[in-house]
Design a protein around this ligand. Sequence first.
Ligand code: SF4
Ligand code: SF4
Length: 252
Amino acid sequence: MSHSTATRIQDFIGDPVSQAPPVPRAKLEEIFNDIQGDLRFDHELNGCLNCGICTATCPAAHYYDFSPREIVQLLWTENLEGIYDAMQEKIWACAQCYTCAARCPFKNSPGGLVMMMREVSIKHGMQSAKDVLRPFSRVMLKLISTGNQLAPDMINPDHFADWGPNISKVDAPLKLLRKAIPMATLNTTDTAWEVNLKTSVELYTIWEMTGVLGQLETIDENLFDVITDIMEEKRDDWQDFLDEQDDEDDDA
Ligand code: SF4
Ligand code: SF4
């Protein structure tokens, strides 16, 4: 479908309530082109009957102002303003359960389309992406710097204040319990398991080369700086180790 010939389309989208600066039409097109240009787009969107089966079976639609049918219709009709609007809040309601994809008679995947829209919102540094993802900073820091997400010592009242009194149910002599696990890589509480230096540096290189770190920088520059410092140190340590190995080989 072509959207360039339609005449009813506004030149920009504004918000009369907050008086946020209007979004130029060129920006709306750029955002849509990024979604449409995704390799998965043609696979996830094959047409739409507007039947609403996806919304009827969507758990997120029961609890939030969110409808997969609406998202698919916006993309199918290339409603650039509506797409931009949905990316401000609605797309973050999806639970990524893919019930919709299993039910759609057109074999669309509304959940997959939402995933693409989220990725594009991160790429464009949208405020909605920053607001939604910033609470996960601690997990990202842990994941990238140690190779795993939650650590046993994160399960405490400081980190999970929202658990209320239930946190006491997991209050235990963690260090002692972890030491009792036969595998040495699990005898730790500040990471879920120990990832060796080589693997850690390799994982970081993958995140760097696949653009994950670039996306992180767009969303949270401070977190990006902290992670970069930690990982550059690890890279230096790994290089030192390799140099030592070379020296030992030369001496042998
Ligand atoms: S993947 Fe998202 S849109 Fe689809 S059914 Fe699940 S919550 Fe709803
Ligand atoms: S995406 Fe599929 S299930 Fe949802 S309204 Fe369109 S055709 Fe119906």
